[in-house]
Design a protein around this ligand. Structure first.
Ligand SMILES: Nc1ncnc2c1ncn2[C@@H]1O[C@H](COP(=O)(O)OP(=O)(O)OP(=O)(O)O)[C@@H](O)[C@H]1O
Length: 738
């Protein structure tokens, strides 16, 4: 192996994800092409590279290196080139020249040891001097950390993430237990950590590995919506995954249960395993519901029947018997549920209830699980609705570096009534937070459509509560929105009952456009979105008003591929539009994007009134305003005026949103919904997925593809089974109460 030291004078190719670089290096005596992995490579930086010269059949002799060490540049020109390259935040070419002009070859020494002197350069104040020093130190540390991780196949982007979490001690901590990556670094899964551990020589049967594998197994099933797993099934699956004996898994499960990481429990005669937090959550939700349902209630100061009559007089809507039952049960119960499909009057009932409570001067809060659902409820009900998280004052607890609910059993919500709508989206953890913060004596009214897809997070909360029959539930069956008004509503109910929809009626809003192949489906979707729909419906802005939904992520009609095609069609490359790659994803200025995880700390600013706030949520859709390569940042505008700045390392939180999966679309509505209907895996091509997709469309639903496949989806009434113990636990409470 040879060693070469020199300056990178030209970058021929650089892959930002894995660091693969082809560049020209100049040493004192020669220049040559170098090939290998260099994270964050910029022109002007100096390296010591170790490798060998190889002859490439087309490009000739190249120095292929396997190890690198970043060297600080020497000489005025070298230092200036290094600073001007953009590696230090806040220094561009002009400032680099000014700094080097003043400090010459001592520049880097000064940046490291006496940064305050930097403020002698015009344009640099004490604050900027400090931030330059920090950025320089970070650059040096990061170079070391990423050098270490590259040996283990960790890409430059992840090395940066690790560095941000652990700082300079990243290497030591990971060497000791690489499995901590799984829990502490978003985006590194067990498999990746396991590969790294193997390269580091960690034993297959190491306790770190087995414990991490068990947690990974359980987390995987939690990710699929389950709150627990039968023990035997889990042991077999994890043993297979780790290639160790099931006995070893059993033994380790017992230790983990003692240590409090997991809970082994007996449910309906079966031994099951929970991640401890989920076990606790199920127990608490159960206990809380029992306490809220059983508490004495403050009496209303008005007569319910005459209030209903009065509201009917005001709105002109005479409530059906079932609706009256729903109103009354929610006024008189500690916990009540109102469920029903679209157009069955849930909003009408909520409005009546609020009216009656307000007449009695009760304090009422309305909330929904997502920001978009809350916004929609505010619009349709005329009453302000917040997200459940906001209601519970979710905040970042700096001392513990975790997110917490401000409202808890110790400091509960100060309301007489809490109404939560779109409750099908509430998962177990959120229900725990919500019911913890509701003090007995407050009425909890849960509204939702339990035929929608269940929550993305684990649990089957709404369905379990309804099926346990523990609390008073009204299932609304009658549809009030008229067929002349909306075929979408009529068809949603037909689909839900297992009947095939009426399609392509004249002047209607529900269409099935048959196409024989995936290619033909894709072509028609592109044509509809770029031309036909906007030409037919006045005032439609395709990127804003049309949402393509799809059951799947992968494949020719999956959201990933559809997004690529739609991006090309709706926002093609242009010289003046900056781009940034992250993994397989390519973001371009003007792109429509979706936040794919809750980030309660992410700050936003409104430019209209300069207000500021925190929190961008899973499912929030926005547009890329600016990609700034000098500061490695991307600005996205949400809700028309909320400006959010993402560091490039945070781009794993965003996806293109020209097409989104039906699961991700829950709780939102769009003027026009377009969805491909082709062969999709039967676990996804289900009736309640189609039902959920169709009910997202407000004005028009266009299905593109095969009628046979659509009908097969309706026939497939397999509601994916989730392991969830809430129903069983509530039923048990009922038994005990009897
Ligand atoms: N008892 C009733 N008599 C006549 N019309 C009614 C009655 N109840 C509700 N409606 C009307 O039916 C339509 C749908 O009601 P509403 O919006 O309350 O239902 P929803 O269940 O909230 O539907 P979605 O989930 O689609 O918003 C509204 O136009 C409403 O005015």
């Amino acid at each position: 192996m040879e060693e070469k030291q020199g300056i990178i004078t030209e970058i021929i190719f650089h892959n930002e994800d894995n660091g693969y670089t082809i560049a020209v290096m100049e040493t004192e005596a020669e220049y040559f092409t170098v090939v290998g992995c260099l994270p964050s490579c910029v022109k002007g930086s100096s390296y010591k590279l170790r490798g060998t010269f190889k002859v490439h059949p087309t490009y000739g002799e190249q120095f292929a290196f396997t190890e690198f060490e970043e060297m600080l540049p020497t000489g005025k020109a070298g230092i200036e080139g290094f600073l001007a390259s953009g590696v230090i935040k806040g220094i561009g070419p002009k400032m680099a020249a000014a700094i080097v002009n003043l400090f010459g070859e001592e520049t880097l020494e000064i940046m490291e040891h006496e940064p305050e002197k930097l403020s002698r350069v015009s344009g640099i104040g004490p604050k900027k001097a400090e931030s330059i020093a920090e950025s320089f130190a970070a650059h040096r540390e990061f170079a070391n950390v990423s050098m270490f991780f590259q040996e283990y196949g960790v890409s430059a982007d992840y090395a940066l993430k690790l560095y941000k979490i652990y700082g300079a001690s990243a290497t030591e901590l990971i060497k000791e237990n690489p499995y901590r990556l799984v829990e502490e670094v978003y985006g590194i899964g067990f498999r990746k950590a396991d590969t790294i551990a193997e390269k580091m020589g960690i034993e297959k049967e190491s306790t770190f590995r087995i414990h991490s594998g068990i947690k990974y197994g359980l987390s995987y099933y939690v990710g699929e919506g389950n709150t627990y797993m039968p023990q035997q099934e889990l042991c077999e699956k994890v043993a297979e995954l780790l290639d160790v004996s099931t006995e070893l898994i059993y033994e380790n499960m017992v230790t983990m249960a003692f240590e409090g990481d997991i809970q082994i429990d007996s449910l309906d005669g079966q031994t099951v395993v929970y991640l401890y937090l989920y076990y606790l959550a199920e127990q608490k939700v159960c206990k809380n519901i029992a306490a809220i349902a059983g508490a004495g209630l403050k009496a209303l100061s008005v007569d319910i029947d005459s209030m209903i009559k009065m509201t009917e007089g005001e709105t002109g809507i005479i409530l059906s018997e079932q609706q009256i039952t729903a109103v009354k049960s929610s006024l008189t119960s500690g916990v009540s549920v109102i469920t029903g499909g679209p157009g069955t009057g849930k909003t009408t009932i909520i409005n009546t209830i609020i009216n009656i409570f307000e007449q009695s001067e009760f304090k009422v809060a309305i909330a929904a699980p997502t920001g978009r659902a809350a916004k929609r409820i505010t619009e349709t009900s005329g009453h302000y609705a917040s997200t459940v998280h906001r209601l519970l004052e979710y905040y970042y607890c700096e001392g513990e570096d975790v997110m917490k609910f401000g409202k808890t059993s110790e400091d509960p919500l100060n309301y007489d009534v809490v109404i939560v709508d779109e409750a099908s989206m509430i998962d177990l953890m959120l229900m725990q937070g919500l019911t913890d913060a509701i003090k007995p004596g407050t009425r909890l009214i849960i509204v939702g459509d339990y035929d929608q897809l269940p929550s993305v997070g684990a649990g089957n909360v709404l369905r379990d509560i309804i099926e346990s029959e523990y609390v008073h539930t009204v299932i609304l069956k009658e549809i009030f929105r008229q067929a002349e008004e909306s075929m979408i509503v009529v068809n949603a109910h037909r689909i839900n009952k297992g009947e095939y929809p009426f399609v392509n009626g004249k002047d209607k809003d529900f269409f099935l456009m048959e196409r024989p192949s995936e290619k033909a489906i894709l072509d028609l979707i592109l044509e509809l979105i770029t031309k036909r729909l906007a030409a037919y419906y006045e005032g439609i802005v395709p990127v804003r008003d049309i949402q393509v939904l799809t059951p799947v992520r992968k494949g020719a009609l999956g959201s990933i591929f559809l997004n690529k095609e739609l991006q090309q069609a709706l926002n093609p490359p242009r010289d003046d539009l900056m781009e940034r790659k992250f993994g397989e994803k390519l973001f371009r200025e003007n792109d429509k994007v979706m936040q794919i995880k809750n980030n309660y700390q992410m700050g936003w600013k409104k430019r209209r009134d300069f207000s500021e706030g925190q929190g961008i949520f899973n499912g929030d859709v926005g547009f890329i305003e600016k990609i700034d390569k000098e500061f490695n940042q991307m600005t996205v505008i949400f809700d028309e005026d909320k400006y959010v700045t993402y560091d490039f390392s945070q781009l794993d939180e965003l996806e293109l949103a020209y097409a989104v999966t039906v699961h991700k679309s829950q709780g939102s509505e769009f003027p026009i919904v377009v969805m491909p209907i082709s062969w999709f895996p039967p676990v996804l091509a289900t009736r309640n997925l189609l039902y959920t997709a169709v009910t997202r469309g407000k004005q028009i639903v266009v299905l593109v593809g095969s009628e046979g496949r659509m009908n097969a989806m309706i026939d497939n009434n397999r509601i994916k089974m989730r392991y969830s113990g809430l129903r069983y636990r509530l039923e048990n409470l009922l038994e005990v109460g009897r």
